[in-house]
Ligand binder design. Structure first.
Ligand code: SGN
Ligand code: CA
Length: 517
């Protein structure tokens, strides 16, 4: 080949790649921790308004059935990185170390010319910079609500201020400074509204003069379910600490932050002490304190999301950016008397998902297909024009986003939770749902029980219908579906050792659970 022609070819290839890169949309992945769909106005919240999160719904698609494969923080994040279930990506419980050398979607995006960054909560092990990112600035472990130490590309840095604001400032700084020649994929990930729900200085007295409605099931007695619901440790009545309830002051605030904090909480706490509440009235007070602090944290998230959406608009990037809003799982806002997550019951199985993709998602559309964070890696790869590897276990949602759900889209979903023993005493379980019916199995030797629900007749999942003669056909069909999915997804018969926490090589094998009797 003559040299001049070769040089010309290189130029054409470079230009083609560059144009293709510029044409492909940016991906802004907004992620929160423990944000319940019940507290988003686009989902019909009776508790609060979230005008900025709602902007994504107004211009995009809202998903009613986004189910997490394993309702807990680190495991959901590992699912998103890999497009694989916990038993395949090796991260089954919080406390596992994520094997960052494995295939992940950001690495594959880098290969096709995307600039990648993760800013905020990571929670997949913090000793090194996350792999697959051109830039990372992440909280260490859970991270605090105020004055967070972080790791910037692996190096320790310390910030002063409210974490939700800081994470947003860092995300905006990165967006301003980045290499504009490539499309970006930014994971902008909040700590909020995770326990212990410390509001920011701007929202400390929000909701002070209102009473938030209680959920119907705040005083659930668990009579319609088995042992696990009765033996959990996640109730507002019994599990919440003085720290959760802000009856003690936080320890890591600056003098100025502390003064603002005390000015807000001291009068409320004095009134509480004087009221001397007991029994149900005390639970009601705890619920109000909890939900208000939770909603205050959400308000700050929502304000900050508004700043980022505004920035995209002001810089002319809104039309070429896919914006995704999601949480690592749902959360109990007093339903069944609970906070926290972990269960395959609706509030923690379902997570909010809103996607705005200008020109693709129909503004204000509502989708009822079963989708999952398991599908995100595949979706992002297709958006970027990259090949989706065969060993990923989800499916690209691109046609779903375009309003053209394929006929063979999944009709049922497999769930599996492993973290027992662990925080909040929720038993290991797996199960299947088709969106209406749900079959769950708690599979440990000492608590080997099944539950089944019909969400149409019993949306709050108060009465298991497992074993009832009139439900026998449904039970049979769900069991068949469960076994089919377990085989298809290659779920091992015995829990992998990593389900014990503390890393894959944990030698303590005594609590490894066999899943079949
Ligand atoms: C902490 C919380 C728990 C919570 C886990 C997991 N306790 O341990 O209530 O379930 O995180 O949350 S706290 O007293 O430290 O707040 S997760 O979102 O990271 O999975
Ligand atoms: Ca979480």
């Amino acid at each position: 080949m003559p040299r001049r022609f070769f040089g010309f070819l290189i130029l054409v290839l470079f230009a083609a790649r560059h144009c293709a890169a510029a044409d492909r949309p940016n991906i802004l992945f907004i992620f929160t921790d423990d944000h319940a769909y019940q507290s988003i106005s686009a989902y019909g919240s009776k508790l609060n308004v979230t005008p900025n999160i709602d902007r994504i719904a107004e211009h995009g698609m809202l998903f009613n059935r986004c189910y997490v494969p394993n309702s807990i923080c680190g495991p959901c994040r590992a699912v998103i990185q890999t497009g694989k279930y916990s038993h395949q990506n090796g991260f089954l419980v919080n406390g596992n170390a994520f094997d960052g050398t494995q295939q992940t979607f950001p690495k594959l995006l880098q290969k096709v010319g995307y600039e990648t960054a993760v800013i905020g909560k990571w929670h997949l092990g913090e000793h090194m910079a996350p792999q697959g990112y051109d830039y990372s600035e992440v909280l260490i472990g859970q991270g605090p609500y105020y004055n967070p130490p972080m790791r910037k590309n692996g190096k320790f840095v310390k910030h002063t201020g409210y974490t939700t604001d800081i994470i947003t400032d860092l995300a905006l700084d990165w967006l301003k400074d980045r290499d504009g020649n490539k499309p970006f994929m930014l994971m902008y990930q909040h700590k909020a509204p995770h326990r212990n729900w410390q509001p920011g200085p701007k929202h400390l007295t929000m909701f002070d003069d209102v009473t938030i409605p209680e959920p119907e099931t705040l005083f659930d007695d668990y009579s319609g379910r088995g042992t696990p619901a009765k033996t959990q440790d996640m109730s507002i009545a019994k599990t919440m600490t003085d720290n959760d309830l802000k009856l003690v002051t936080p320890r890591n605030l600056t003098p100025k932050q502390l003064a603002t904090w005390n000015a807000a909480y001291e009068p409320k706490n004095r009134a509480f002490q004087e009221a001397n509440l007991t029994g149900k009235e005390l639970v009601r007070w705890k619920y109000q304190r909890y939900i208000k602090d939770y909603l205050r944290c959400v308000a700050s998230v929502d304000d900050n999301i508004g700043r980022v959406l505004d920035f995209l608009g002001e810089t002319g990037q809104a039309d070429n950016t896919v914006v995704i809003y999601c949480s690592d799982q749902g959360f109990y806002l007093g339903e069944h008397g609970w906070f926290d997550k972990r269960w395959m019951y609706e509030e923690s199985l379902r997570t909010p998902l809103l996607v705005k993709w200008p020109g693709v998602t129909k503004p204000g559309s509502i989708n009822n297909d079963i989708v999952s964070p398991l599908d995100f890696a595949e979706t992002f790869l297709e958006i970027a024009g990259a090949t989706v590897p065969d060993d990923m276990q989800g499916r690209s949602m691109v046609p779903v986003l375009a309003g053209k759900t394929p006929n063979d889209w999944r009709k049922s979903f497999y769930y599996h939770y492993y973290e027992f023993p662990g925080w909040h005493d929720v038993r290991r379980h797996y199960g299947v749902t088709d969106g209406r019916y749900k079959l769950m199995r708690f599979y440990e030797p000492d608590v080997n029980e099944w539950e089944m629900f019909d969400l149409q007749n019993d949306p709050n999942e108060m009465q298991s219908i497992y074993g009832r003669p009139e439900a026998a056909d449904t039970q049979k069909y769900l069991l068949k579906e469960l076994n089919r999915l377990r085989a298809e997804l290659k779920v091992p018969e015995t829990d992998p050792p990593a389900s014990l926490g503390g890393g894959k090589d944990n030698p303590t094998s005594r609590t490894i659970r066999k899943q079949t009797p």
